[in-house]
Design a protein around this ligand. Sequence first.
Ligand code: F6P
Length: 329
Amino acid sequence: MLDLLILGYNGRMKKIGILTRDCAGVNAAIRAAVRTAVAAGLEVSGVLRGYSGLVDGDFVPLDRRSVSGIINMGGTVLKTSRCELFLTAEGQARAVASLRSHGLEGLIVIGGNGSLAGAHVLASVHGVPTVGVPATIDNDVGGVDLAIGADTSANVALDALDKIRDTATSLERIFVVEVMGRDCGYLAMQVALAGGCEEVLLPERVLDAAAMSREIQEGHARGKKSWIVIVAEGKARAQDVAGVIHRRTGLETRIAVLGHIQRGGRPTAFDRILAARLGHAAVEALAGGQSDVCVHFKGGRTELLPLGTAGQAKACDVSHDYHLLKLLA
Ligand code: F6P
């Protein structure tokens, strides 16, 4: 049975670490990686607080029991943080020394392109066997169709948006809703399309404020009184967009900034299953002797791509979905 689960396991590696960033589905990925590793006879340590814990040598043993009951939890049970020190040669040397002194022969890094860029440095510069797992609400990991967490955050934002629509419709108001996504319009596009919104402002598209305001005014004249405009945080602030609409149309507007609620919440079934597949595939790749690669799901199967690619932000193609949204609005 193990041969089936751990396809290329060479039996040489004895102990691995897992380091994480946070978003829904990360805990499910930790669980899958730990249980796959334990089934293959590997010892596993969790790295506490992301790269800060790696630099400081802050590890916790993980076994089958320690990951029970976390599959449905948001965030990361390992905690996480930003670590400026890891960007320096000194920080990286300390991280490598921590791994060695703790007997960790390989590392799985679960996170967005920043975390995966760090993983690429560990693998390519310091020779640490490292495999990445894409997990970010921004869904901007280079070469990856869908990262763990993106589906849950779209659903969390959509739930909030549906509630805002109740008020927008009842009071016949214009709402400008700001969603996360860093410099990528993926999350904003998803939320706008699924929420049946009238407009979405994306980093990938030039904003024609005059045309948008004219459309709102013409709609208003026809009797369409409520309007929801989604703004990707990487494009503009909701406050500023609402100000522009008000100045150009004279119509009353309200704003909502969804913020960090989009990064939390119980992972959807989709994200849990993706996490199970990728957590398992990451251990399989690492134990099978792969390094400097990122696992991802494409065309119905798990595949590997270079960590150097995954460590970069991808360009998000939103043009088809944008035109679909405008056709259906
Ligand atoms: O990368 C995930 C993300 O939530 C982005 O969408 C957002 O821009 C950023 O992180 C917020 O970072 P912080 O929690 O450090 O403010």
